[in-house]
Design a protein around this ligand. Structure first.
Ligand SMILES: [Cu+2]
Length: 162
């Protein structure tokens, strides 16, 4: 009898844990990342130079709304999200490094490889960019171009056929 109660209790606990997983606002689980969406919210990892959401998937050719919510509290942690037309490392480096020289444009460099960009968000600020997803399925890198951030602040947008 005791064994039975314990196993019932465990089952109940597992069910509760399962529910908690489903209604969380975070989209960071791999299941959520694989599902094509047209609205995306990205946050930083605390006061680190990292995106909490390092991957998301969108349908090709659709209008996408990308929101960056800067939940950091350190005044040094200003961020943006700059989507690139490629995932090629040399381009990521080029655009990432060029951010330093683009202070007058919220650190977004003028570069053909910039597909879309949010404005610069101070801690506590939320910024949004809308753009049309590429028609070509594939991997597209996104970075923060605030000086010194791009090396660790990166993620990948996957475009899939709708
Ligand atoms: Cu940043």
């Amino acid at each position: 009898m005791r064994t039975l109660s314990l196993s019932l209790l465990l089952t109940a606990l597992i069910a509760i844990a399962g529910c908690g997983d489903g209604d969380g606002s975070s989209n960071s689980s791999s299941d959520a990342a694989n599902e094509a969406v047209t609205e995306v919210t990205i946050t930083p990892v605390g006061n680190q130079m990292q995106f909490e959401q390092t991957e998301f998937t969108v349908p090709a050719g659709e209008e996408i709304s990308l929101t960056f919510k800067n939940t950091a509290t350190s005044s040094a942690m200003k961020h943006n999200v700059v989507l690139l037309t490629t995932s090629e490392g040399s381009v990521v480096t080029r655009v990432g490094q060029a951010g330093t020289q683009a202070a007058d444009n919220e650190y977004v460099p003028e570069d053909d490889a910039v597909l879309a960009a949010t404005g610069l968000a101070d801690p506590g600020e939320t910024v949004t960019a809308t753009f049309t997803a590429p028609s070509e399925p594939g991997s597209y890198r996104y970075i923060c171009t605030f000086p010194g951030h791009y090396a660790t602040m990166q993620g990948t947008m996957t475009v899939v056929s709708p």
